[in-house]
Design a protein around this ligand. Structure first.
Ligand code: TXA
Ligand code: MG
Length: 318
């Protein structure tokens, strides 16, 4: 049931239920982070493997000492600059966080989401909320209440409707190695913006041996429709049936084969707007029943990097 009733959402959470909540990034599937039963429910509704840990959502940075046992200076700086907002910090966990939340890891992922309804909800309950994105495991993240309803349907008693998500792409996840920040997942905060606060940050790359964020290696963030990511979209378009193929482009192009249907992410080639519309456009193309999506690679700067990261994963069909 789609609803805007925050008191009812709080009541359901107090009873140990899990439900969908809006954030500025994507909708989350939330439950009491201190309750093993609620956390188990999250994993089972999402059909997510237990080794893939969840993000803990808190109402304010003041609660951080209850969640994390050690907070490096640069983590404090980042929290000060970006919370509430789309930054997730991975820190040594405190004993109060169940192992189930962290997939048995000694660290916990935590953030203060920037959505007025969810902040009000968090302030009205005496526990933090564990919440992965509110989509079935491996599929596209939801950026509207209707996406959650279509993906999880009757499995949740309530989808708290906070409108379309402002950022539209998941939080940027930052861990620490000897106090120095490492980006585990590109997201709604750009590397350039992190640099301004803490200087150079390194980015975890896929060729490294052990993925710090277990969800990072497999195919994720994928539409149902097959997707190809390319830097040469007009050449690629010519290889496929124009009736069944749609082009996903940053801005409308005039060099594509005549009659090509184009979905543009931003009229003004603005990468922030493009990021905010990415999943919504992919949900829409899935619903339209195309045989193939050919997506244009974005410029490798700002949120263009985060969009490319998601499109690369969506294009992996293994
Ligand atoms: O924007 C977001 O981050 C959204 C909203 C709902 O907050 N949440 C989200 O959650 O994207 P999820 O579960 O779809 O992705 C969380 C990622 C996973 O890749 C997981 O592996 C990583 O965070 N993660 C969680 N705990 C971790 C930890 N202790 N160490 C490393 N990675 C962790
Ligand atoms: Mg997810």
């Amino acid at each position: 049931m789609i609803s805007t009733n925050i008191e009812e959402a709080a009541r359901l959470l107090m009873e140990g239920e899990v439900l969908a909540i809006p954030t500025e990034t994507v909708y989350g599937l939330a439950g009491n982070a201190f309750s093993e039963l609620a956390v188990r429910k999250i994993f089972s509704v999402k059909q997510r493997p237990h080794f893939n840990p969840l993000i803990v959502h808190i109402a304010s940075a003041d609660e951080l000492p209850c969640i994390a046992s050690d907070i490096p200076d640069k983590a404090k700086k980042l929290a000060g600059a970006f919370w509430p907002g789309p930054l997730t910090l991975v820190l040594p966990k405190s004993a109060t966080i169940p192992d189930l939340v962290t997939g048995g890891k000694p660290t916990v992922a935590v953030r203060v989401p920037n959505h007025p309804m969810t902040l009000a909800l968090l302030r009205s309950i005496p526990f933090p909320l564990a919440a992965p994105s509110a989509n079935p495991f491996g599929s596209l993240s939801p950026t509207r209440a209707s996406h959650v309803e279509a993906g999880l349907g009757e499995q949740v008693p309530m989808v708290l409707d906070g409108g379309p998500c402002e950022k539209g792409i998941e939080s940027t996840i930052v861990g620490f190695v000897y106090g120095e920040p490492v980006v585990y997942r590109l997201g709604s905060i750009s590397l350039e913006d992190l640099n301004k606060v803490v200087g150079d940050v390194s980015v975890y790359t896929r060729d490294q041996q052990t993925p710090p964020a277990p969800g990072m290696l497999d195919k994720h963030y994928a539409p149902k429709t097959r997707l190809i990511l390319t830097g040469r979209i007009s050449e690629e378009m010519q290889k496929h049936d124009p009736e069944k193929t749609v082009a996903l482009v940053l801005q409308k192009r005039d060099d594509l084969p005549a009659g090509t249907v184009q979905m543009q992410l931003s009229e003004t080639a603005n990468l922030n707007e493009a990021a905010s519309r990415l999943y919504d456009c992919l949900h829409q193309l899935d619903n339209e029943g195309w045989g193939l999506i050919i997506a244009e690679r974005m410029p490798d700067e700002g949120l263009g990097r985060s969009i490319n990261d998601r499109l690369e994963r969506a294009a992996r069909h293994d």
